[in-house]
Design a protein around this ligand. Structure first.
Ligand SMILES: [Fe+2]
Length: 243
């Protein structure tokens, strides 16, 4: 019999992409996963949601996380060992999430930058204010052959819609967090994320997972009626990033 009260929710959480490009699972290098065991558990859970490849994005931020390629690669090697030990079939590599500050500029000059495949660079503002010369920095990166992707623009509470229109209009790519769509950070961030989606400004999606609590939130969201409504509109470039 036709059931009017049938739940419109998914039994299984399935991510809208196979490649996660924003994830803090390089162990012990930032405010994300503290150790290789936790990271491998998170990778395994993402694998169960259909993720086949993770390009991790450890923070590179002046004063707090002044990570160099050597530090990041040795931490990543520890994670690879743990993943192999557990037989997890998810490919894990790394780029970075670069805060546009003086440390970034110095690392850039020293050639210590690891872009994503296709020369994409994941960059972020601080949560208090936009970097004062953002447009010039983005322009300079483009001139040097990089494709800057602004991480989670929906989380910058000092941004308004005119700023989104302007930045995207001049060719800045946007990466929106699944956690924002899930409402994890609050209603304002969710509203902004939905605005960006409605305008066609969501070029990439990412999880921005730092811990198991984040995985729980995304898992629940992917099974929700709320997610089912927008899922058909989530067409992004994540899986086209080929080395
Ligand atoms: Fe992040």
């Amino acid at each position: 019999m036709f059931n009017l009260f049938k739940k419109n929710t998914a039994e299984k959480a399935v991510m809208p992409f196979n490649t996660d490009i924003h994830c803090h699972i390089v162990p012990g290098v930032d405010d994300g996963s503290p150790d290789a065991v936790t990271s491998a558990e998170i990778v395994e859970r993402l694998g169960a949601m259909g993720v086949r490849r993770i390009i991790a994005s450890p923070h590179v931020t002046q004063d707090t996380f002044e990570n160099t390629p050597e530090v990041l690669d040795s931490a990543l090697a520890e994670l690879h060992t743990e993943i192999e030990k557990r037989g997890i079939e998810v490919e894990v590599s790394r780029s970075c999430e670069y805060r546009l500050d003086e440390f970034f500029q110095s690392q850039f000059k020293a050639g210590n930058i690891t872009p994503y495949p296709g020369n994409y660079l994941l960059v972020e503002n601080s949560f208090f204010s936009e970097v004062w010369n953002l447009e010039t920095v983005l322009f300079d990166l483009k001139v040097k052959g990089y494709k800057p992707v602004l991480a989670h623009p929906e989380r910058y509470m000092y941004y308004d819609r005119a700023r989104y229109d302007k930045l995207h209009g001049v060719g800045t790519l946007f990466q929106v967090n699944m956690l924002s769509l899930a409402g994890f950070y609050g209603p304002a961030q969710k509203k902004n994320a939905l605005y960006l989606l409605e305008k066609g400004y969501v070029d990439f999606l990412g999880t921005d997972i730092h811990n198991h609590r984040h995985v729980d939130a995304i898992e629940a969201y992917l099974k929700s009626r709320d997610y089912a409504k927008i899922a058909p509109r989530l067409t992004v470039g994540n899986d086209s990033l080929i080395r």
